[in-house]
Ligand binder design. Structure first.
Ligand code: NAD
Length: 359
């Protein structure tokens, strides 16, 4: 089988995941990796001996052999790179968010929708087996009429002031995945919403937020996201689930980041499925993109730029709504300092900061 040659721009944690998934697939080849931090180039060469390394992204856009670009730097450079990819006729796999402001995200949507390139965004939950099982259970009718979608994702992950600060508070940076997943399951557009948040440790932005409301088809949602879940507990834990309530039955999922469990309690069928969690499902996204390129037709299941812009914009709206009414402060800046101190030296846990060199 002919391999698909790709260029990866931005070789941090996510860039590394793309490279490993490409090596594993046998269908992809990371021909060129662009990373601005040249101190990491030797490590990249070691990890991808057949490919080249550069700090100049144009080396990727001008290479006629490269069919697909993976945009895994940060959101502030993405719109320019998307425009260059469209101009050069290269298919795009982009990290979320697709740009740094809502207006730029819609510019990015416009750029790809008006071009023949195939584009997908790593809204990774869409590519998970457990979301598909839940969607199938709803579609089967065995739950009755879909009434409520509840999603909760709380971990002691990236804390305020760390990580992708420019990509927004936890409810945007991480929460947009759940905003997208709820919309995918409900098969509707967001309609009403109210949000409540808490400014944990007196940080300027909330680090716990719960939004609830309706879709235009009447399905009710509640989404809770936080990275303020036991940051200083002796033994950290998390709480992550999806809960679907129909007029006759229910379906739900929980995971521990290693294994995911889906339980379906329909009118006729009762099933329990336990399978490996699957992480960021990059392999699945690469397979779907490869299929889209080889068949000449975009696989509809691939999360689109439009899906990402909608999720990002709605996550910002939830944050604005929460800021417009009572936004309590709980905890102290001293506790946040202790959290930062602890996370700097943590080797096991949630949303760890990137160490160099990282494997
Ligand atoms: N889909 C998901 O589940 C998920 C999860 C985590 C992160 N992300 C997103 O992926 C992106 C990358 O996140 P990360 O955790 O890998 O970040 P990171 O900081 O580990 O890596 C970013 C890398 O890009 C490099 N870089 C920055 N600008 C560049 C440019 N113009 N050209 C080339 N290299 C450049 C940086 O030097 C760094 O090595 C972010 O936008 C983030 O929001 C998505």
């Amino acid at each position: 089988m002919k391999t698909i040659k790709a260029g990866i721009i931005g070789f941090g944690r996510m860039g590394g995941f793309y490279l490993e998934a490409m090596k594993k697939s046998g269908r992809w080849e990371a021909k060129t990796i662009c990373e601005l931090d040249e101190s990491r180039h030797d490590e990249i060469k070691e990890r991808n001996p057949g490919g080249t390394v550069t700090a100049d992204e144009d080396a990727i856009f001008s290479d006629p052999e490269i069919e697909v670009v993976v945009l895994s730097a940060l959101a502030d450079s993405r719109l320019d790179q998307i425009r260059k990819a469209v101009k050069a006729g290269k298919h795009i796999i982009a990290e979320k968010p697709i740009s740094d402001t809502v207006a730029n995200e819609w510019e990015a949507v416009k750029a790809v929708e008006e071009s023949p390139v195939r584009a997908a965004v790593n809204l990774y939950i869409r590519n998970s087996w457990y979301l598909q099982e839940l969607a199938d259970a709803i579609e089967s009718g065995d739950l009755g009429e879909l009434a409520i979608v509840r999603i909760c994702h709380m971990t002691p992950g990236l804390s305020p002031g760390e990580g992708h600060e420019a990509e927004g508070p936890a409810f945007h940076d991480c929460g947009m995945h759940y905003v997208d997943a709820a919309r995918y399951l409900a098969k509707g557009d967001y309609n009403t919403m109210r949000s409540q948040a808490v400014r944990m440790w007196a940080y300027k932005d909330p680090w716990w937020l719960q939004a609830q409301g309706t879709f235009d088809n009447g399905v009710v949602f509640d989404i809770t996201q936080s990275h303020a879940y036991g940051q200083l507990s002796a033994e950290q834990t998390h709480n992550s689930y999806i809960d679907i309530i129909g007029s006759k039955g229910i379906a739900r999922m929980h995971h521990d980041f290693k294994t995911a469990v889906v339980e379906i309690h329909g009118e006729h069928n009762t099933r329990r499925i336990e399978r490996p969690y699957g992480g960021k499902n990059i392999g699945t996204m690469l397979d779907l993109m490869a299929e889209s390129i080889e068949s000449g037709k975009r696989v509809a299941r691939l999360p689109s730029f439009r899906d990402s812009a909608i999720a990002s914009e709605f996550a910002w709206k939830c944050l604005s709504d929460a800021a417009a009414h009572d936004l309590p402060v709980k905890g102290t800046p001293e506790e946040l300092e202790r959290i930062h101190e602890r996370r700097r030296t943590m080797t096991e846990g949630y949303g760890l900061l990137r160490k160099q060199p990282h494997k």
